[in-house]
Unconditional design. Structure first.
Length: 66
């Protein structure tokens, strides 16, 4: 997600991004309804939905600079 939809106040793009983020977070929170462990790999900055998605995982692997 770039800053463009925010600057342009593009409601459709922001809503689509929010829904996608929520879908990922929900899937991680319920472990895809399977007996498994979820993991996130963070390379660089994790902001917004990406940060929340990483936090919803059982395991986070991150670079030192992340």
């Amino acid at each position: 997600m770039s800053a463009r939809p925010i600057r342009e106040k593009n409601r459709e793009a922001l809503t689509a991004y929010a829904r996608l983020s929520i879908d990922v977070i929900h899937a991680n929170c319920v472990n895809l309804n399977l007996p498994l462990i979820s993991a996130s790999v963070v390379q660089g900055d994790a902001l917004g939905g990406g940060f929340e998605a990483a936090l919803s995982s059982n395991l986070i692997v991150a670079e030192q600079s992340a």
